[in-house]
Design a protein around this ligand. Structure first.
Ligand SMILES: Cc1cc2nc3c(=O)[nH]c(=O)nc-3n(C[C@H](O)[C@H](O)[C@H](O)COP(=O)(O)O)c2cc1C
Length: 190
C-alpha cells in the first residue's frame, strides 16, 4: 500500500450507499366514504411516484388496516371529517373505529407523520379531522411534520395537492423524514 493510503475510507463507496437506501417506504392509511379522500391520496401518490419512482408507497384503506400498516420510514394518515356520534367535526367513522380499535395501542415514538384532512365549509367545525389525526399522532408519541386540509370537493384542487407533495419531498429531503431523505437526495430518483 502506498504511504498515506492506509486506513483511508473509500469516500465514493460510502456516498453511494448513503444516498441509495435498499428500501424507502411510505405507508398511507386513509378513510374515505364518498371517495374524496381517496382521490386526494391517489393524486398525491401519482405525484410522488412521478418525482420519486423508487419510493415504495403502501396505500391502505383504514377499514382493512392493522397496527402494522403504520410501520415504515414515514407515515401519512388521511381522513375526512364527519359528525360521528352526533357533534360535527369528528373523524370519519372508519378512522374513528381504527384509532380506538386496532390503532389504540400503536407506538409512534420517533415517527414522522404527515396528516391530511378533508371537510366541507358548510359545517361550522370545518375539516377538524386534521386536528384529530394530529392529536392521535401526538398522543402516541409521533411528530406531525406536515398537514394539509382540503376543504370542499377535491376535484380542481389537484395543484394544491401537488404543491403539498412538493413540500413533503422537501421535508423528507431536509432530513425530517427518516431514510427516505437519502433516496430523495439522489438525483437519479428525480
Ligand atoms: C354525514 C356527514 C357528516 C359530515 N360532517 C362534516 C363536518 O362535521 N365537518 C366538515 O368539515 N365536513 C363534514 N362533512 C363533509 C365531508 O368531510 C367532505 O364531504 C369530505 O370531502 C368527504 O370525504 P370522503 O368522501 O373521503 O369521506 C360531512 C359529510 C357527511 C356525509
Amino acid at each position: 500500500m502506498k504511504p498515506g493510503k492506509r486506513g483511508r475510507i473509500p469516500i465514493v463507496l460510502l456516498r453511494k450507499s448513503y444516498y441509495n437506501p435498499p428500501v424507502a417506504s411510505l405507508p398511507i392509511v386513509y378513510a374515505s366514504t364518498s371517495g374524496h379522500t381517496e382521490y386526494v391520496v391517489d393524486t398525491l401518490i401519482a405525484f410522488l411516484k412521478e418525482r420519486l419512482p423508487s419510493l415504495v408507497i403502501g396505500k391502505k384503506c383504514v377499514e382493512l388496516a392493522t397496527a402494522t400498516d403504520l410501520d415504515g420510514d414515514f407515515l401519512i394518515l388521511a381522513s375526512s371529517t364527519w359528525n360521528t356520534g352526533g357533534p360535527e367535526g369528528q373523524l370519519n367513522p372508519h378512522m374513528y373505529a381504527f384509532v380506538y380499535g386496532p390503532g389504540k395501542d400503536v407506538v409512534l415514538k420517533g415517527k414522522k407523520v404527515a396528516v391530511i384532512g378533508l371537510g366541507d365549509a358548510r359545517y361550522y367545525y370545518t375539516c377538524r379531522a386534521a386536528e384529530h389525526l394530529e392529536k392521535y399522532v401526538k398522543d402516541h408519541g409521533g411528530t406531525v411534520v406536515a398537514m394539509m386540509k382540503i376543504i370542499n370537493e377535491p376535484y380542481g384542487q389537484e395543484a394544491k395537492v401537488r404543491a403539498w407533495g412538493e413540500k413533503l419531498l422537501e421535508i423528507l429531503g431536509n432530513g425530517e423524514g427518516n431514510r427516505i431523505r437519502i433516496g430523495i437526495r439522489d438525483g437519479s430518483d428525480r
